[in-house]
Design a protein around this ligand. Structure first.
Ligand code: ATP
Length: 511
């Protein structure tokens, strides 16, 4: 069911111009997507809301005063030493496991194993180790395959392991690893030992392609911010605490891009580095944790579909003091949740690294405290394209009673199209009145003028595009200057004066 929903969302995205597979006419390219006319509009709406909330009108701080965050748009390609200092060269590796038989490749920290134990009366037999992918379905998947092994071994009962009985493949000895049956095979011993895999895309700057001209496409937008910390302090008269925010593309050569745009190789991030005195970092961490959740909720995501997940100590990077993810209930994780944004307390790690590698003076002199220190950093790092996926999943609503069978219930302020404007028929002066209304509205709202096909088909198209309102000019318009308003969510129709349409949208959508 949930998988079907995802397939339907992907199909709707293609059909209605939200998201297309990249290079489709050449057969596509795994892990890359193009954002069509409605997709880019929706993405820009999320981006603009983030920029407004972070940079143009940042929240009020815990002391009751507005905080200060400035914007940045740094280069995608930086001096490669950046990525040595940040730990991405050499460090940004995920240990991977290959299956020699099926040629599948898995992240080693996603493979868990448990023993298949067959019970026949008092007797118990160990039928070997079975690997499954970590996730909410882990035990269910295990049971399904293990039962077949038990049947093959003469029947009896399977003793289902508890959650704690599963071991991380990468923590097992090589001897045991060789006895494990991989997640999608029936033969033991096909999995390789975990191997490292660097996720950064490489290129060359300049005419000569050798080690000295090697550069990397940034795997995150955050480092560009640290590189400009000193520039910002020196030129912007900002005082700690303050933030620098940036939205932009990031690239990761993900081994297994999957789940539509959830994990792609080119994506967009919205990141902010909040620089503060070391003693205050914990308080700011709590502040940002709540602010970020509140912002996602403000986009119209239902509360029950979002959770916080605090990282366990053994999940934290060695320098990180705390980290929490905002997670969403995606159709492919439900009833579980998957990451949407991470909020990390990074201590002074990044600036210290850049200070050591570049020899630049990155300490901050705090006049109020009369001391010099490396600021600590709280980093809310969200996915813009992942956020777009969340809004698509959240909006997707099945309604068998409509011709379209589905309606995209975006929050009106996020909707890529705010209104459809239709002449009921293409005569009797209706197109002229409709066009006049369209011309009045289009400078403030993204509207679509549509005079083709039956009115039912036009409503259906707008339902799939998620336009919250449609205004239809009909025979009565000429008589009493009223138009029909159709509400996307209820499909109900009412009449309002044509002069009140702009005011109606202003009230419902804002602006
Ligand atoms: P994961 O563990 O899933 O690989 P991450 O924890 O490495 O992700 P971060 O480095 O914290 O991710 O990146 C911040 C945000 O960027 C994520 O919360 C996510 O929204 C987004 N993001 C990261 N990788 C991808 C990707 N491959 N495709 C789309 N969005 C991504």
């Amino acid at each position: 069911m949930a998988e079907n929903v995802m397939e339907e969302i992907v199909a709707l995205c293609k059909r209605r111009g939200f998201v297309y597979p990249a290079s489709e006419i050449y057969g596509g390219i795994n892990g890359f997507w193009d954002y069509g006319p409605l997709g880019v509009q929706l993405k820009n709406n999320i981006r603009d809301s983030w920029w407004k909330t972070m940079v143009e009108c940042p929240p009020i701080g815990p002391d009751g005063h507005p905080i200060c965050i400035v914007g940045l748009d740094s280069s995608i390609i930086q001096n490669p030493k950046t990525w040595v200092a940040s730990g991405h060269v050499g460090g940004f590796n995920d240990p991977m496991v290959d299956c020699r038989e099926t040629k599948s490749r898995y992240r080693a920290d996603h493979i868990k194993c448990a023993q298949v134990v067959q019970a026949k009366g008092e007797e118990k037999h160990d039928l070997g180790w079975l690997a499954v992918l970590e996730g909410d379905q882990m035990i269910v998947d295990f049971e399904k395959r293990a039962k077949k092994l038990v049947k093959k071994a003469g029947g009896g009962e399977l003793i289902t392991p508890e959650f704690d009985d599963f071991h991380l493949f990468m923590n097992m000895t090589p001897e045991i690893q060789q006895q494990v049956t991989g997640p999608d095979t029936k033969t033991p011993g096909t999995l390789t030992e975990p191997r490292m895999f660097n996720l950064m895309f490489e290129s060359y700057a300049g005419a000569i392609q050798d080690e000295s001209s090697k550069v990397y496409l940034r795997p995150e937008t955050a480092q560009g911010i640290f590189l400009n910390f000193k520039n910002t302090v020196d030129t912007m008269r900002v005082k700690i605490p303050f933030g620098i925010a940036q939205i932009g593309k990031a690239f990761r050569n993900e081994v297994t891009p999957r789940n539509f745009i959830f994990r792609s190789r080119e994506f967009e991030q919205m990141e902010m580095e909040w620089f503060c005195p070391p003693d205050d970092a914990r308080q700011w961490y709590d502040f940002w944790k709540q602010q970020r959740m509140d912002w996602w909720l403000s986009l119209g995501i239902k509360k029950e579909n979002l959770i916080f997940r605090d990282h366990d100590d053994d999940e934290l990077a060695h320098y990180s003091k705390a980290c929490v993810d905002v997670e969403y209930k995606y159709p492919f994780t439900a009833p579980g949740f998957g990451e949407l944004e991470g909020i990390a307390h990074r201590g002074c790690f990044d600036l210290t690294q850049h200070k050591e590698h570049s020899k630049a003076k990155l300490e901050y002199f705090d006049q109020q405290r009369n001391e010099r220190y490396i600021p600590h950093v709280i980093e809310p790092a969200g996915g813009l394209t992942r956020g777009l996926l969340v809004l698509l999943c959240e909006a997707y609503t099945i309604d068998e009673s409509r011709p379209s069978k589905v309606v995209m219930k975006f929050d009106p302020k996020m909707a890529p199209v705010k209104a459809g404007i239709f002449p009921l028929v293409n005569k009797d002066g209706m197109p002229e009145i409709a066009e006049k209304l369209y011309l009045e509205l289009r400078s403030k709202y993204v509207c679509q003028f549509d005079s083709k096909q039956s009115i039912g088909k036009r409503y259906a198209r707008m339902d799939e595009a998620g336009a919250p309102y449609c205004f239809t000019i009909d025979g009565q318009t000429k008589e009493d200057n009223t138009v029909t308003v159709r509400d996307r969510d209820t499909a109900e129709q009412s009449r309002i004066s044509i002069d009140k349409v702009a005011g109606f949208l202003a009230e419902k959508i804002g602006k």
